[in-house]
Design a binder for this molecule. Sequence first.
Ligand code: CP
Length: 362
Amino acid sequence: MTTLAQKLTNGLITLSGLDREDILRILRHSQKFKDGYTPKSLENRIVASLFFEASTRTRLSFESAVQRLGGQVIGFSEASNTSLASKNESFADTLEIIAGYCDAVVMRHPNDGSAQLAQDLLSIPILNGGDGTHLHPTQTLLDLFSIFETQGTLAGIHLGLMGDLRYSRTIQSLLETAVMFNMQLSFISDDDFQPSQQQLDWLKANNVTFSLHNDIHNAIAELDVLYVTRLQKERFVNNSTDVQNLIVTTDDLRNAKNNLKILHPLPRNEEIPNDVDDTPFAYYFQQAKNGLFVRMALLDLIFSNKDVPRTKTQTDLVAANEWRCGNKRCISHQCQPAFKRINVHGQTSVICYYCEQNATAQ
Ligand code: CP
Protein backbone atom coordinates (compact mmCIF):
# COMPACT_ATOMS: atom_id res chain seq x y z
CA MET A 1 0.00 0.00 0.00
CA THR A 2 1.32 3.47 -0.91
CA THR A 3 1.47 5.80 2.09
CA LEU A 4 0.57 9.48 2.03
CA ALA A 5 4.26 10.35 2.49
CA GLN A 6 5.12 8.31 -0.61
CA LYS A 7 2.31 9.93 -2.60
CA LEU A 8 3.68 13.38 -1.73
CA THR A 9 7.37 12.73 -2.50
CA ASN A 10 6.99 14.43 -5.89
CA GLY A 11 4.78 17.20 -4.54
CA LEU A 12 1.11 17.73 -5.36
CA ILE A 13 -0.29 18.23 -8.86
CA THR A 14 -3.78 16.82 -8.44
CA LEU A 15 -5.86 15.40 -5.59
CA SER A 16 -7.02 12.48 -7.73
CA GLY A 17 -4.12 10.32 -6.53
CA LEU A 18 -5.15 10.74 -2.88
CA ASP A 19 -7.95 8.91 -1.15
CA ARG A 20 -10.42 10.00 1.50
CA GLU A 21 -8.17 9.01 4.43
CA ASP A 22 -5.18 10.86 2.88
CA ILE A 23 -7.25 14.05 2.66
CA LEU A 24 -8.51 13.71 6.23
CA ARG A 25 -4.94 13.16 7.41
CA ILE A 26 -3.79 16.37 5.71
CA LEU A 27 -6.71 18.23 7.32
CA ARG A 28 -5.92 16.83 10.78
CA HIS A 29 -2.27 17.80 10.30
CA SER A 30 -3.36 21.31 9.20
CA GLN A 31 -5.36 21.70 12.41
CA LYS A 32 -2.14 21.22 14.41
CA PHE A 33 -0.63 24.20 12.59
CA LYS A 34 -3.73 26.26 13.23
CA ASP A 35 -3.32 25.37 16.91
CA GLY A 36 0.22 26.75 16.92
CA TYR A 37 2.49 23.82 16.01
CA THR A 38 5.53 25.28 14.22
CA PRO A 39 8.30 22.70 13.64
CA LYS A 40 11.38 23.88 11.75
CA SER A 41 11.00 21.14 9.17
CA LEU A 42 12.19 23.34 6.30
CA GLU A 43 15.41 24.53 7.98
CA ASN A 44 18.21 24.76 5.38
CA ARG A 45 15.64 24.24 2.62
CA ILE A 46 14.95 26.63 -0.24
CA VAL A 47 11.61 26.68 -2.04
CA ALA A 48 11.28 28.41 -5.42
CA SER A 49 8.03 30.33 -5.74
CA LEU A 50 7.40 30.63 -9.50
CA PHE A 51 4.31 32.67 -10.30
CA PHE A 52 3.90 33.08 -14.05
CA GLU A 53 0.42 34.44 -13.32
CA ALA A 54 -0.97 36.88 -10.73
CA SER A 55 -1.71 35.75 -7.19
CA THR A 56 -2.14 37.24 -3.74
CA ARG A 57 -3.28 34.42 -1.44
CA THR A 58 -1.59 31.36 -2.93
CA ARG A 59 1.83 32.92 -3.37
CA LEU A 60 1.99 34.83 -0.11
CA SER A 61 0.54 32.05 2.04
CA PHE A 62 2.98 29.54 0.54
CA GLU A 63 5.89 31.94 1.05
CA SER A 64 4.79 32.65 4.61
CA ALA A 65 4.42 28.90 5.25
CA VAL A 66 7.96 28.19 4.03
CA GLN A 67 9.41 30.92 6.22
CA ARG A 68 7.41 29.93 9.30
CA LEU A 69 8.79 26.41 8.90
CA GLY A 70 12.35 27.75 8.87
CA GLY A 71 12.92 27.64 5.11
CA GLN A 72 13.82 30.32 2.59
CA VAL A 73 12.12 31.45 -0.59
CA ILE A 74 13.48 32.46 -4.01
CA GLY A 75 11.41 33.19 -7.10
CA PHE A 76 9.31 35.69 -8.96
CA SER A 77 5.77 37.01 -8.80
CA GLU A 78 5.52 37.62 -12.55
CA ALA A 79 7.63 36.15 -15.31
CA SER A 80 8.21 39.28 -17.43
CA ASN A 81 11.64 39.94 -15.90
CA THR A 82 12.94 36.41 -16.47
CA SER A 83 15.02 35.18 -19.40
CA LEU A 84 12.04 33.06 -20.43
CA ALA A 85 10.04 36.18 -21.23
CA SER A 86 12.78 38.53 -22.43
CA LYS A 87 15.36 36.18 -24.02
CA ASN A 88 13.13 33.41 -25.34
CA GLU A 89 14.48 30.75 -22.98
CA SER A 90 12.28 27.64 -23.01
CA PHE A 91 9.99 26.65 -20.13
CA ALA A 92 11.89 23.36 -19.78
CA ASP A 93 15.32 25.05 -19.61
CA THR A 94 14.00 27.64 -17.15
CA LEU A 95 12.74 24.91 -14.81
CA GLU A 96 15.90 22.84 -15.16
CA ILE A 97 18.05 25.80 -14.13
CA ILE A 98 15.84 26.83 -11.19
CA ALA A 99 15.72 23.22 -9.90
CA GLY A 100 19.48 23.48 -9.40
CA TYR A 101 18.96 26.32 -6.91
CA CYS A 102 16.19 24.93 -4.70
CA ASP A 103 14.65 21.90 -2.98
CA ALA A 104 11.04 22.27 -4.18
CA VAL A 105 8.97 24.44 -6.51
CA VAL A 106 5.59 26.07 -5.97
CA MET A 107 4.27 27.11 -9.37
CA ARG A 108 1.31 28.94 -10.88
CA HIS A 109 1.14 29.01 -14.66
CA PRO A 110 -1.53 30.04 -17.19
CA ASN A 111 -1.42 26.80 -19.22
CA ASP A 112 -3.53 23.76 -18.28
CA GLY A 113 -1.27 20.80 -17.47
CA SER A 114 1.88 22.91 -16.94
CA ALA A 115 2.32 21.59 -13.38
CA GLN A 116 2.28 17.99 -14.63
CA LEU A 117 4.90 18.85 -17.25
CA ALA A 118 7.06 20.52 -14.59
CA GLN A 119 6.80 17.44 -12.37
CA ASP A 120 7.79 15.16 -15.24
CA LEU A 121 10.78 17.36 -16.12
CA LEU A 122 12.21 17.75 -12.61
CA SER A 123 13.26 15.46 -9.81
CA ILE A 124 12.28 17.76 -6.92
CA PRO A 125 8.74 18.15 -5.48
CA ILE A 126 6.38 20.41 -7.46
CA LEU A 127 3.38 21.99 -5.76
CA ASN A 128 0.68 23.09 -8.16
CA GLY A 129 -0.45 26.62 -7.24
CA GLY A 130 -2.95 26.66 -10.14
CA ASP A 131 -2.43 25.53 -13.74
CA GLY A 132 -4.63 27.48 -16.16
CA THR A 133 -8.28 26.47 -15.89
CA HIS A 134 -7.30 22.95 -14.89
CA LEU A 135 -6.61 22.42 -11.17
CA HIS A 136 -5.81 24.20 -7.90
CA PRO A 137 -5.34 21.36 -5.41
CA THR A 138 -4.02 23.32 -2.43
CA GLN A 139 -7.01 25.69 -2.71
CA THR A 140 -9.27 22.66 -2.44
CA LEU A 141 -7.45 21.42 0.65
CA LEU A 142 -8.06 24.74 2.38
CA ASP A 143 -11.68 24.71 1.13
CA LEU A 144 -12.17 21.25 2.64
CA PHE A 145 -10.48 22.33 5.85
CA SER A 146 -12.93 25.25 6.08
CA ILE A 147 -15.91 23.02 5.33
CA PHE A 148 -14.84 20.50 7.98
CA GLU A 149 -14.18 23.30 10.46
CA THR A 150 -17.66 24.77 10.02
CA GLN A 151 -19.78 21.65 9.39
CA GLY A 152 -17.93 19.08 11.52
CA THR A 153 -17.87 16.66 8.57
CA LEU A 154 -17.27 16.48 4.84
CA ALA A 155 -19.39 13.40 4.26
CA GLY A 156 -22.78 13.93 2.71
CA ILE A 157 -22.93 17.71 2.96
CA HIS A 158 -25.03 19.64 0.43
CA LEU A 159 -22.61 21.88 -1.46
CA GLY A 160 -23.84 24.66 -3.76
CA LEU A 161 -21.39 25.89 -6.40
CA MET A 162 -22.17 29.24 -8.02
CA GLY A 163 -20.48 31.32 -10.73
CA ASP A 164 -18.13 30.18 -13.47
CA LEU A 165 -18.24 26.42 -12.96
CA ARG A 166 -16.71 25.42 -16.30
CA TYR A 167 -13.45 27.33 -16.43
CA SER A 168 -12.69 27.70 -12.73
CA ARG A 169 -9.73 25.58 -11.58
CA THR A 170 -10.89 25.78 -7.97
CA ILE A 171 -14.16 24.11 -9.00
CA GLN A 172 -12.40 21.35 -10.97
CA SER A 173 -10.28 20.43 -7.96
CA LEU A 174 -13.19 20.65 -5.54
CA LEU A 175 -15.25 18.29 -7.71
CA GLU A 176 -12.45 15.69 -7.54
CA THR A 177 -12.97 15.49 -3.79
CA ALA A 178 -16.75 16.04 -3.64
CA VAL A 179 -17.03 12.58 -5.16
CA MET A 180 -14.78 11.03 -2.48
CA PHE A 181 -16.96 12.44 0.29
CA ASN A 182 -20.31 11.66 -1.32
CA MET A 183 -21.38 15.30 -1.29
CA GLN A 184 -24.68 16.36 -2.83
CA LEU A 185 -24.12 19.13 -5.38
CA SER A 186 -26.21 22.03 -6.68
CA PHE A 187 -24.67 23.86 -9.63
CA ILE A 188 -25.87 27.46 -9.96
CA SER A 189 -24.87 29.26 -13.14
CA ASP A 190 -25.75 30.45 -16.60
CA ASP A 191 -26.21 27.50 -19.02
CA ASP A 192 -22.94 28.37 -20.80
CA PHE A 193 -20.98 28.19 -17.55
CA GLN A 194 -22.39 25.06 -15.99
CA PRO A 195 -19.89 22.17 -15.74
CA SER A 196 -19.00 20.59 -19.09
CA GLN A 197 -20.75 17.45 -20.32
CA GLN A 198 -17.51 15.54 -19.63
CA GLN A 199 -17.67 16.61 -15.98
CA LEU A 200 -21.39 15.85 -15.62
CA ASP A 201 -20.89 12.39 -17.19
CA TRP A 202 -18.06 11.72 -14.76
CA LEU A 203 -20.25 12.73 -11.79
CA LYS A 204 -23.07 10.49 -13.04
CA ALA A 205 -20.67 7.57 -13.49
CA ASN A 206 -19.61 8.09 -9.86
CA ASN A 207 -23.24 8.14 -8.66
CA VAL A 208 -23.05 11.73 -7.41
CA THR A 209 -26.43 13.38 -6.78
CA PHE A 210 -26.50 16.79 -8.45
CA SER A 211 -28.93 19.38 -9.81
CA LEU A 212 -28.53 22.37 -12.15
CA HIS A 213 -30.01 25.82 -11.40
CA ASN A 214 -29.90 29.14 -13.23
CA ASP A 215 -30.27 31.23 -10.09
CA ILE A 216 -29.50 31.21 -6.40
CA HIS A 217 -33.03 31.97 -5.22
CA ASN A 218 -34.44 28.45 -5.56
CA ALA A 219 -31.31 26.64 -4.44
CA ILE A 220 -30.19 28.45 -1.30
CA ALA A 221 -32.59 26.91 1.25
CA GLU A 222 -31.13 23.39 0.91
CA LEU A 223 -27.42 24.19 1.19
CA ASP A 224 -24.89 23.58 3.97
CA VAL A 225 -22.13 25.37 2.07
CA LEU A 226 -22.37 27.86 -0.80
CA TYR A 227 -19.09 28.04 -2.74
CA VAL A 228 -19.08 31.15 -4.90
CA THR A 229 -16.58 31.94 -7.66
CA ARG A 230 -15.94 35.18 -9.47
CA LEU A 231 -18.18 35.89 -12.46
CA GLN A 232 -15.97 36.19 -15.49
CA LYS A 233 -18.46 38.31 -17.41
CA GLU A 234 -16.08 38.77 -20.32
CA ARG A 235 -16.68 35.07 -21.05
CA PHE A 236 -20.46 35.17 -20.88
CA VAL A 237 -21.47 34.61 -24.50
CA ASN A 238 -25.18 34.60 -23.79
CA ASN A 239 -26.15 38.26 -23.62
CA SER A 240 -29.40 37.40 -21.90
CA THR A 241 -27.49 36.21 -18.84
CA ASP A 242 -28.92 37.87 -15.79
CA VAL A 243 -25.93 38.05 -13.48
CA GLN A 244 -28.25 39.34 -10.74
CA ASN A 245 -29.28 35.71 -10.35
CA LEU A 246 -25.67 34.79 -9.59
CA ILE A 247 -25.18 37.28 -6.77
CA VAL A 248 -25.88 36.23 -3.20
CA THR A 249 -27.60 39.03 -1.28
CA THR A 250 -28.59 39.41 2.35
CA ASP A 251 -32.19 39.00 1.12
CA ASP A 252 -31.39 35.55 -0.32
CA LEU A 253 -29.84 34.57 2.99
CA ARG A 254 -33.18 34.95 4.79
CA ASN A 255 -34.01 31.47 3.42
CA ALA A 256 -30.68 29.89 4.36
CA LYS A 257 -30.17 27.12 6.90
CA ASN A 258 -28.52 28.27 10.14
CA ASN A 259 -25.41 26.22 9.47
CA LEU A 260 -24.85 27.66 5.97
CA LYS A 261 -21.38 29.04 5.34
CA ILE A 262 -20.40 30.99 2.23
CA LEU A 263 -16.96 30.23 0.86
CA HIS A 264 -15.13 31.93 -2.02
CA PRO A 265 -11.55 31.33 -3.21
CA LEU A 266 -11.30 35.12 -3.67
CA PRO A 267 -10.73 37.63 -5.14
CA ARG A 268 -14.40 38.57 -5.27
CA ASN A 269 -16.16 41.11 -7.42
CA GLU A 270 -19.87 41.88 -7.15
CA GLU A 271 -21.06 38.27 -6.58
CA ILE A 272 -20.86 38.76 -2.80
CA PRO A 273 -21.85 42.33 -1.84
CA ASN A 274 -19.92 43.76 1.11
CA ASP A 275 -22.93 43.76 3.45
CA VAL A 276 -22.89 39.93 3.38
CA ASP A 277 -19.56 40.14 5.25
CA ASP A 278 -21.44 41.16 8.39
CA THR A 279 -23.70 38.09 8.39
CA PRO A 280 -22.85 34.86 10.27
CA PHE A 281 -22.83 33.07 6.90
CA ALA A 282 -19.68 34.77 5.59
CA TYR A 283 -16.57 32.60 6.01
CA TYR A 284 -14.35 33.53 3.06
CA PHE A 285 -11.80 35.58 5.00
CA GLN A 286 -11.29 32.81 7.59
CA GLN A 287 -11.09 30.40 4.63
CA ALA A 288 -8.26 32.41 3.03
CA LYS A 289 -6.39 32.47 6.35
CA ASN A 290 -6.69 28.69 6.59
CA GLY A 291 -4.56 28.52 3.43
CA LEU A 292 -1.51 29.25 5.55
CA PHE A 293 -2.07 26.28 7.88
CA VAL A 294 -2.90 23.84 5.11
CA ARG A 295 0.17 24.84 3.08
CA MET A 296 2.38 24.58 6.19
CA ALA A 297 1.00 21.09 6.79
CA LEU A 298 1.61 20.04 3.21
CA LEU A 299 5.19 21.35 3.15
CA ASP A 300 5.85 19.72 6.51
CA LEU A 301 4.54 16.35 5.27
CA ILE A 302 6.76 16.59 2.17
CA PHE A 303 9.94 17.64 3.97
CA SER A 304 9.70 15.67 7.21
CA ASN A 305 9.76 12.35 5.41
CA LYS A 306 13.35 12.45 4.19
CA ASP A 307 13.68 8.65 4.16
CA VAL A 308 10.74 7.98 1.86
CA PRO A 309 12.14 6.85 -1.52
CA ARG A 310 11.15 9.13 -4.40
CA THR A 311 9.23 7.26 -7.06
CA LYS A 312 7.66 8.65 -10.19
CA THR A 313 4.19 7.39 -11.05
CA GLN A 314 4.24 5.60 -14.39
CA THR A 315 1.27 6.44 -16.60
CA ASP A 316 0.38 4.13 -19.50
CA LEU A 317 0.16 6.43 -22.49
CA VAL A 318 -1.61 5.70 -25.78
CA ALA A 319 -0.15 6.39 -29.25
CA ALA A 320 0.07 10.18 -29.48
CA ASN A 321 -0.13 10.32 -33.29
CA GLU A 322 -3.72 8.96 -33.21
CA TRP A 323 -5.13 11.65 -30.92
CA ARG A 324 -5.39 15.43 -30.66
CA CYS A 325 -6.01 17.78 -27.72
CA GLY A 326 -8.52 20.48 -28.69
CA ASN A 327 -7.90 22.62 -25.60
CA LYS A 328 -6.07 25.75 -26.78
CA ARG A 329 -4.83 26.54 -23.28
CA CYS A 330 -3.19 23.14 -22.83
CA ILE A 331 0.58 22.94 -22.33
CA SER A 332 0.62 19.94 -24.72
CA HIS A 333 0.78 22.44 -27.61
CA GLN A 334 4.20 23.55 -26.29
CA CYS A 335 5.67 20.08 -25.68
CA GLN A 336 5.31 16.50 -26.90
CA PRO A 337 1.55 15.74 -26.66
CA ALA A 338 0.57 12.68 -24.65
CA PHE A 339 -2.72 10.88 -24.05
CA LYS A 340 -4.00 8.31 -21.58
CA ARG A 341 -6.89 5.90 -21.53
CA ILE A 342 -9.23 6.09 -18.54
CA ASN A 343 -11.96 3.80 -17.37
CA VAL A 344 -14.78 5.24 -15.26
CA HIS A 345 -17.07 2.44 -14.07
CA GLY A 346 -16.76 0.45 -17.30
CA GLN A 347 -16.75 3.46 -19.69
CA THR A 348 -13.41 3.83 -21.47
CA SER A 349 -12.22 7.09 -23.03
CA VAL A 350 -8.98 8.76 -24.08
CA ILE A 351 -8.04 12.08 -22.49
CA CYS A 352 -5.10 14.45 -22.80
CA TYR A 353 -2.43 13.45 -20.28
CA TYR A 354 -1.84 17.12 -19.36
CA CYS A 355 -5.21 18.93 -19.26
CA GLU A 356 -7.36 15.75 -18.90
CA GLN A 357 -9.96 16.94 -21.41
CA ASN A 358 -11.43 14.39 -23.83
CA ALA A 359 -9.11 13.84 -26.79
CA THR A 360 -10.25 13.80 -30.42
CA ALA A 361 -9.24 10.93 -32.71
CA GLN A 362 -7.04 12.19 -35.62
N1 CP B 1 -7.64 31.76 -4.31
C1 CP B 1 -6.56 32.10 -5.01
O1 CP B 1 -5.96 31.29 -5.73
O2 CP B 1 -6.19 33.40 -4.86
P1 CP B 1 -4.95 34.08 -5.53
O3 CP B 1 -5.20 34.11 -7.03
O4 CP B 1 -4.86 35.45 -4.95
O5 CP B 1 -3.75 33.24 -5.23
